[in-house]
Design a protein around this ligand. Sequence first.
Ligand code: SF4
Length: 167
Amino acid sequence: MKLLMEIFLAPCQLLMKKPILVSSCLLGCRVRFDKTSKPLPKECLVVLEQKFNIVGVCPEILGGLPCPRRPAEISKNHQVLTQSGQVLSTFFLKGAHGALNICKNYGIQLAVLKSKSPSCGFGKIYDGTFSGCLINGNGITSDLLIKNGVKVINESELDAWLKTVKE
Ligand code: SF4
């Protein structure tokens, strides 16, 4: 009887898990500008997978940028630029709207996004001078998701936040 219950409950629990958007580089995909990843600690990923249905996205790839690519930052006039001044704002906006569409299509209301990125950053981003200085602000995708009601956290907050999530 217990086994029967488990067989029926397992798919139901899967269906009941909420979807969550996660930056692809945090899932181990080598999609960063320098073709590397920044995977979450294994134990964190295991808990995340237990509690949510994970939907990975890299807004910069979604927006049409190659990998590897030149690093970019958000300038004071809100354009996304490479250090040599190439304007990439259109790609970043396309990726942000693509990520938002994924959220809408899958009913996603939560996102764990990579800190400091000009796309995924939440709370702090580089200041646009390519000097390593951080300022308060959000990446293009984080900003759009937040404005559309998606709760965003970054990977440094994830461990503490997961402890507050009920199964
Ligand atoms: Fe990671 Fe986001 Fe940058 Fe893609 S855009 S590499 S998902 S931080």
